[in-house]
Design a protein around this ligand. Structure first.
Ligand SMILES: NC(=O)c1ccc[n+]([C@@H]2O[C@H](COP(=O)([O-])OP(=O)(O)OC[C@H]3O[C@@H](n4cnc5c(N)ncnc54)[C@H](OP(=O)(O)O)[C@@H]3O)[C@@H](O)[C@H]2O)c1
Length: 273
């Protein structure tokens, strides 16, 4: 399943998240993901695995146009003069001449450089080094600020969204702007949510796994996702979510697992360099 971004580019609804793998383990996992049919690979300068992802892209032998590659501007590279070198270094490590999607990893509003970074990204897009410009962990006020400066709505906002953090209001506000929401940590990095009775009952009803239910729940809400697994069977299953649909009641039951807590990494204050 693919969705069309506001840039006109088509993006797979599900991708393969590469954190925290590095080195040969990352290359092997990405190669396997590509063999299994993933066509979106999510990496970041700060993951330290862009070189390993690039090796997998080359070893796969797939035509460049068939794989959608996302990477992210790290906090220490934010700024008018450091965004371009940050992207160029990522492209060198990946062995690519352009990325499909480039995201500002965190807004870090106290640093005050995300707007100028985004302005530079729009220029880099015009030069062809970036196909779609996007952001990550941006709240509506951060989206408003970059749109006010450039007139360019981010194609994607990658946000932490999962059953404990359904973020209904935030997701709705972002989606209303035309920016596509992409969930990170959709499976909650092994917090046990996949074994919650509500999830396991729905999974049993459809004959699928808890992870498949959670990923389907995101898609039913119009949210794309980049789940990670280092395990071949779970990698395969996580991509296989198109053979069933959830009823509105099932979607609501998972949304009701909302912990009521805010995510530990609050975009208004979190700084990651
Ligand atoms: N933009 C951001 O700020 C940001 C932040 C964090 C992450 N990300 C991106 O989002 C991606 C995904 O997030 P994440 O890695 O934090 O969390 P996740 O995808 O929600 O969860 C990954 C964990 O769930 C386990 N898992 C995967 N599939 C499973 C299944 N079918 N059944 C049971 N367990 C399963 C994996 O273990 P096994 O490996 O053993 O299967 C792994 O420990 C990252 O890889 C990264 O690309 C972005």
């Amino acid at each position: 399943m693919k969705i069309t971004l506001n840039s006109g580019a088509e993006m797979p609804a599900l991708g393969y998240g590469t954190y925290p793998l590095k080195g040969r383990a990352a290359t092997d996992a990405v190669l396997r993901a590509l063999e299994l049919g993933y066509r979106l690979i999510d990496t970041a300068a700060s993951y330290g695995n862009e070189d390993a992802v690039g090796a997998a892209l080359r070893e796969s032998g797939l035509p460049r146009a068939e794989v959608f590659v996302t990477t992210k501007l790290r906090g220490s590279d934010q700024g008018r003069d450091s965004t371009r070198p940050g992207l160029e270094a990522s492209l060198t490590r990946l062995g690519l001449d352009h990325v499909d999607l480039y995201l500002i990893h965190w807004p870090m509003p106290a640093v005050g450089r995300y707007v100028e970074s985004y302005e530079e990204m729009v220029r880099l897009q015009q030069e062809g080094l970036i196909r779609s410009v996007g952001v990550s962990n941006f709240l509506p006020e951060h989206l408003d600020a970059v749109v006010a400066a450039t007139g360019v709505q981010p194609a994607v906002d990658q946000l932490q969204v999962s059953p404990s953090f359904p973020r209904t209001g935030l997701v709705d506000a972002v989606r209303r702007t035309g920016t596509v929401v992409q969930a990170w940590s959709p499976l909650e990095r092994n917090t046990g949510i996949l074994d919650h009775g509500v999830v396991t009952q729905i999974a049993a009803r459809h004959g699928v796994t808890g992870a498949q239910v959670v990923l389907r729940w995101l898609l039913e809400r119009g949210i794309t996702a980049v789940p990670h697994s280092g395990n071949p069977e779970r990698q395969r299953l996580n991509l296989d979510v198109e053979g069933f649909t959830l009823s509105p009641d099932e979607v609501a039951a998972i949304t009701a697992l909302d912990s009521g807590r805010s995510p530990k990494q609050d975009p208004a204050t979190w700084e990651e360099f």
